[in-house]
Write a protein that binds this ligand. Structure first.
Ligand code: KG4
Ligand code: ZN
Length: 351
């Protein structure tokens, strides 16, 4: 079975091919440089860039693999959540292909695809607990199978990635700050008392990270002169020790908060021995090692996508589409794009 995946929900245009469950090839055009000029993603610019790139990327991918559209069995497309104009570019392209060449359409939940990306290259075990940590979301899920995924908790305000990026902004790190903050943290010494572990004093599986940004701003204002390092800081080379120490402390606060709620969720589902951690923040080195330690301690296993497949990409969409189609499900051609903030309907039909 040959599945084409299309990702265009935010600022990365990606296309990928999965053949019989294995990733064959993928291409990705990032718009990060353009949006960096504005300090965040500009939705109208993002959809125009998707439109500019999607056709050319499709040609490159298909030519590289020596394939024609008629050989596609299914076209999987990210149908939400995301920026509506951006999603519509990918959806229109996918529907056009399906209408033109007879492939089946599979509308993929972008968040579920992040989680299932942990299974690219090896088999995932179910039931599993899923922790999705990205720039826009911080969710915990119960996953009975690749197509039975139930949300247990979410962030009430900022996502974990947003917390990293906002702290990065306060510190004058190049946007988005998460990856550099992680690199700086690896050079620093963490002080566990520098920042709080927010929103743990309750009995739920939700998160709240907005207060950490305020704590980071206050700490930076009290301890760092505005010209203490060149801004925007692009690399770890010119970073002073005190900055690395603050990054290490902030990193630890976010990771320990995530860990506490994951452990709480595992306590509530004693039959679950598998943890999946995914999304852009799953590339974080401390989070990866702490989640490994946690599951080793509990006698279970953790699966995470390789770091390059943690951020947005089309390999995860093609792979999720393959799994859905392999379960005998597909989408109708009137499939709706779902913007951020609206629940994604469970509207698959039997293939
Ligand atoms: O999943 P993703 O590509 O985008 C969304 O769908 O939201 O995640 C992007 C987020 C950004 O906030 C970025 O700063 C963060 O992931 N990120 C990291 C790391 N690499 C990327 N955060 C912490 N440590 C990292 N190594
Ligand atoms: Zn994403």
């Amino acid at each position: 079975m040959l599945v084409l995946g299309i990702e265009s929900s935010c600022d990365e245009t990606g296309l990928a091919l999965v053949r019989d469950g294995r990733l064959a090839d993928h291409v990705l055009a990032s718009q990060a440089d353009i949006h960096a000029l504005f300090g965040g993603v500009v939705p109208e610019l993002a959809s125009r860039e998707h439109l500019r790139f999607i056709g050319g990327l499709y040609d490159i991918l298909m030519e590289r693999q020596g394939l024609g559209a008629g050989e596609l069995d299914a076209v999987a497309v990210a149908r939400g959540p995301g920026l509506l104009g951006c999603l519509l570019v990918g959806m229109a392209f996918a529907k056009g292909l399906c209408l033109g060449c007879g492939a089946r359409l599979v509308g993929v939940n972008h968040l579920h695809a992040h989680l299932l990306a942990a299974g690219i290259g090896h088999r995932l075990e179910f039931p599993a607990l899923g922790l999705l940590v990205s720039g826009g979301h911080t969710n915990i899920y119960h996953m009975a199978s690749p197509v039975e995924i139930t949300q247990l908790g979410r962030t009430l305000d900022d996502a974990a990635g947003e917390a990293f990026d906002k702290c990065g902004k306060v510190l004058g790190l190049a946007y988005p700050g998460g990856r550099l903050l992680d690199a700086l943290a690896r050079r620093g010494r963490a002080d566990a008392a520098m920042f709080p572990r927010p929103y743990l004093d309750n009995d739920n599986l939700d998160f709240s990270f907005s207060g950490l940004k305020t704590a980071a701003s206050l700490y930076a204002a009290a301890h760092f002169a505005p010209d203490a390092w060149p801004r925007p800081l692009e690399s770890v080379d010119s970073a002073p020790e005190a900055l690395c120490d603050m990054c290490a402390s902030f990193n630890l606060a976010v990771v320990e908060t995530l860990e506490a709620k994951v452990e709480r969720a595992l306590d509530r589902y004693p039959a679950v021995r598998n943890l999946i951690v995914a999304g852009g923040v799953a590339a974080n080195s401390l989070l990866r090692s702490r989640m490994h330690d946690l599951m080793r301690r509990r006698g279970g296993q953790v699966a995470m996508p390789e770091p390059s497949l943690c951020t947005d990409n089309a390999a995860m969409i093609a792979h999720a589409g393959y799994l859905v189609h392999a379960h005998g499900l597909e989408s109708r051609l009137d499939l709706e794009a779902i913007p951020r903030g609206r629940a994604i309907p469970d509207d698959f039909v039997r293939a």
